[in-house]
Design a protein around this ligand. Structure first.
Ligand code: B3K
Ligand code: ZN
Length: 882
């Protein structure tokens, strides 16, 4: 272990707490400067706890004012307060009431964990371990209690006082102060506690549940912004309805409140009855938000709402089980969005994200299982692996059991574990028991084994016997701390596509369990034999991306292009085109010679056929126009990557495609935008996306006439979607108009922080050697608000994650700048700093001089010392110094 890394906490060491907390009464006095928190905890030793066992409460950044048990103040020798908490040496042997009073300083709280102030609004973020920064507590998810919270504040400064649960009482107090009391009858862990006090606007609505309960819905925002919360409200109502219909889950309180704040580390937080959101996932109107922003709002509002059952009513026993609530809830929000929009396109987007973020994680130094076995800092495990691969594992259960079997398992899970803090094993057991099957060790392994399996397929056609054989071999490369890997059980949805493009029937199949169109693959090598086929098929494997694997399929470009034109599975049609594009891009990006122009022509032909196919929807066509990203190409190359060459090759191919497809793209790009009033729904968003994608591909050719069209689109845009798409295309193609349009955009929108973020991101993503200097100039400018996580993420993330070639400049200056930002940020907000640091995690794939420069930068960051536990943990793992 490296010198400055903190110790690991292990899953295998889990033990219940020695004491339980049944109910919590908080009395929070809100005031500028210091706030006072008085807590009254009804506690008892857990059954089996030896009398007199010390009570060890968590606590950070708290100033202890008083402590008493059963109404008697404790003498100094009866307890010890430290940096990490409060120990009561000899608590009573039976139920008792512990009362503490502490002072906290929310305005000094730049970590944005616990109680802090965002633009004057007092708000909280307690997951994972923020509640201990509000009061002394057993701050762990398996300690569940009912809460009653009284808040007092100055009425002018904080007219709105909110906490979890139902409102019980409000009233006036002397000196212009007032109070509110909230009761939450549902036992919950402390990480779901929330409190908000401030001067806020709101919009209100209501929802009547299936059993007739009327729920008041409110979305609170900063002043002047409430009108932009309508779409979030609409999304919330649709989510509530969908969860009733699809999972039989009703809401369980009289009110559901959402508060949008502008300083927030995460996207949002599912606190019981009082969700707190990063305002970028609430606020939207056609002039300030894109179609993608609207879709994100719908998804995140749904996600947090769905947590009410998967996360809140049933929570995690310990933080190792994080995927139990996150993977499952991502699966649920994906299913919701798919129902609201285009299933095929949503699946493509989900998989793009998985590959971009999670495959990268799985293939690098930060690889960890969906359920980690150890951690130093839990906040570093809110990862794509836990969330997105976690969702894929749930999706595989649905594929293996079928929709009805899946629903039966979910029903049993809710029935058995409502009100509990439970485990992944309990979750899986519910599916097994409801379906009277065993998922098997090879399936459970998805939770414990890190790394993306590679499935390599070979095939054989025996013409004489009309027999087709597919051999699938799975292999997972070692990951840090896991040298040897074992095979996993996975559902392979598939079809054998015949010469006419339709799926073929077979007379007999053997080699694995096959139910419908799903084969269960679980051994290291599986040989599937199909008898009685009328002709040699083209295999369409892992349809819908039925397992999170990398597939090496035995196909040449012609076969892929055939699938691209015919596969009845839209995901694999798209995938086939991506594979053809990768086969063109990867060798050139590796430096193996120029781009194969004939292959580009063939790809263009397939794209054209797709674009002209009236049976396909516009959003799907737009997805087919997008080439694999630079980072996914870099990952395919895996080592000695020159990011500038990757960038250039991809750009060249975009330009070639634009030239080849000029006719059809021109028609699409010149189409008049929808005449109807803007609507963010798929009906309008699909055609908008296709028109913009077409115009952008044409701009990539560098032809002045094409770039002029894009500039016109920018200037004439009637909504932010069209405006941003055009601006992005101008910047990406270094069009002469890019500069003046960027200046125009800044001028128009710099007063609106969420729109400014879009400009910051594009500034970072400028594909030119000037990008770094521009980013530095913005970062150093007086108007740039470094203290706001969204601003910093946009500018620095736009550069480091959105501009590989410039971040990984050969002179190392890109790395050095970002490391300096992280060093500064770490002193203020470690969670954000360590998250930002993960932009370095791919450094091992670069060619040697960039790799050395990145490593040197990380080493010097380490040597600075005094870094947070969060940042140190990531550094140690990235440098392989465990
Ligand atoms: N559960 C929160 C994430 C909290 C992040 C803590 N570092 C949001 C979500 O996943 O719904
Ligand atoms: Zn979540």
């Amino acid at each position: 272990m490296s010198d400055n890394a903190s110790p690991f906490i292990y899953l295998k060491d889990y033990a219940p707490s020695a004491y339980v907390i049944d109910s919590v009464d908080l009395d929070v006095t809100i005031a500028p400067g210091t706030c006072r928190v008085a807590a009254r905890l009804a506690m008892a030793p857990r059954k089996g706890t030896a009398p007199g066992t010390p009570l060890v409460l968590d606590g950070e950044e708290l100033t202890l004012v008083s402590v008493s048990i059963d109404g008697k103040a404790l003498t100094k020798d009866a307890y010890e307060a430290s940096e990490n908490g409060l120990t009561i040496h000899t608590p009573p042997a039976a139920a008792f009431v512990l009362e503490t009073e502490v002072d906290i300083e929310p305005e000094e709280n730049t970590e944005l964990s616990g109680l802090y102030r965002s633009e004057g609004i007092w708000c909280t973020q307690c997951e994972a371990e923020g509640f201990r920064r509000i009061t002394y507590f057993l701050d762990r998810p398996d300690v569940m209690a009912t809460y009653s919270v009284r808040i007092t504040a100055d009425k002018a400064e904080a007219p709105v006082l909110l906490s979890n649960g139902n409102p019980r009482e409000t009233g006036e107090l002397p000196d212009g102060r007032h109070f509110a009391v909230w009761d939450d009858p549902h036992p919950k862990p402390a990480y779901l506690f929330a409190l908000v006090a401030g001067d806020l606007d709101k919009i209100s609505d209501s929802f009547t549940t299936a059993s007739g309960r009327t729920v008041d819905l409110n979305i609170y925002t900063e002043h002047g912004k409430a009108a932009r919360a309508d779409y979030a409200m609409d999304s919330l109502k649709r989510s509530m309805k969908w969860d009733e219909e699809r999972f039989g889950r009703e809401y369980d309180l009289d009110v559901f409140n959402i508060v949008a704040v502008s300083s927030f580390n995460a996207g949002a937080m599912e606190n019981k009855g009082l969700n707190i959101f990063n305002d970028r996932f609430i606020l939207a109107d056609p002039e300030s938000a894109t179609d993608a922003d609207y879709a994100d709002i719908e998804r995140v509002v749904a996600h947090e709402y769905f947590h009410n059952w998967t996360g809140n009513r049933i929570t995690c026993r310990d933080w190792f089980q994080l995927c139990l609530k996150e993977g499952l809830t991502v699966y649920r929000d994906q299913a919701f969005s798919a129902d609201m929009r285009s299933k095929a396109v949503n699946r493509i987007e989900d998989v793009r994200l998985l590959r971009q973020a999670q495959f990268a994680e799985d293939g690098g130094p930060l690889a960890h299982p969906v359920r980690p076995e150890k951690f130093r800092e839990i906040n570093n495990f809110y990862t794509a692996t836990v969330y997105n691969k976690g969702a894929e594992v749930v999706r595989m259960i649905a594929s293996l059991l079928g929709e009805d079997g899946f629903r039966a398992g979910m029903d049993l899970y809710f029935e058995r574990h409502d009100g509990e803090a439970t485990t992944v094993e309990a979750f899986l057991k519910s599916f097994e028991d409801a379906n009277k099957v065993s998922l098997g060790d090879a399936f459970y392994r998805w939770y414990a084994q890190a790394g993306t399996p590679r499935v390599t397929v070979t095939d054989h056609w025996d013409e004489a016997n009309r027999r087709y054989t597919l051999t699938l071999a799975q292999r997972t490369e070692p990951t840090p701390g896991q040298e040897t890997k074992q095979p996993l059980k996975m559902p392979m949805r598939f079809g054998l596509v015949g010469p006419n493009g339709a799926d073929m029937e077979w007379e007999r199949a053997r080699g694995a369990v096959i139910r419908g169109d799903v084969a269960e693959i679980e051994d290291e090598t599986t040989t599937l034999t199909f008898e009685g086929l009328s002709a040699r098929p083209v295999p369409s494997l892992f349809r819908g991306f039925s397992a999170p694997v990398t597939l090496d399929a035995p196909m040449n470009a012609d076969q892929r292009l055939f699938l691209a034109g015919h596969d009845r599975d839209p995901f694999n049609r798209w995938q086939a085109m991506q594979d053809v594009a990768s086969a063109i891009l990867v060798p050139a990006a590796r430096g193996d010679g120029p781009v194969d122009a004939d292959a580009v022509k063939a790809l263009a032909g397939a794209i054209e056929q797709t674009l002209r196919d009236a049976s396909l929807d516009a959003a799907f066509k737009a997805s087919c126009l997008a080439l694999p990203t630079e980072s996914s190409l870099a990952r395919t190359l895996a080592r000695n990557v020159d990011p500038e060459r990757v960038h250039q090759v991809r750009r060249d191919v975009l330009a070639m495609l634009g030239e080849q497809l000029r006719g059809v793209l021109g028609d699409l790009a010149d189409a008049a935008p929808a005449a109807d009033a803007y609507d963010p729904g798929a009906q309008q968003a699909g055609p908008r996306g296709l028109r913009n994608q077409a115009s952008s591909l044409l701009a990539a050719t560098g032809e002045p006439a094409d770039q002029d069209r894009t500039e016109r689109h920018y200037r004439d845009a009637g909504n932010m979607t069209d405006r941003m798409a055009a601006l992005g295309a101008l910047v990406a193609s270094n069009a002469p108009a890019a500069e003046s349009c960027m200046a125009d955009f800044h001028e128009r929108f710099c007063a609106d922080p969420l729109v400014l973020d879009k400009w910051l991101r594009l500034t970072g993503a400028t594909p030119s050697a000037a990008a770094l200097d521009r980013v530095k100039a913005v970062y150093d400018s007086a108007e740039f608000d470094r203290g706001n996580p969204n601003r910093l993420r946009s500018l620095i993330g736009g550069f480091a994650a959105g501009n590989q070639a410039q971040f990984a400049r050969a002179d190392g200056q890109g790395f050095a700048f970002v490391a300096d930002v992280i060093a500064w940020l770490d002193g203020r907000n470690p969670q954000l700093a360590s998250r930002l640091l993960t932009v370095f995690s791919d450094y091992g794939i670069y060619e040697s001089s960039r790799r050395a420069a990145a490593r040197q930068t990380l080493e010097s960051l380490t040597q600075k010392g005094g870094l947070s536990r969060d940042t140190n943990d990531i550094l140690v793992r990235m440098l392989g110094k465990e």
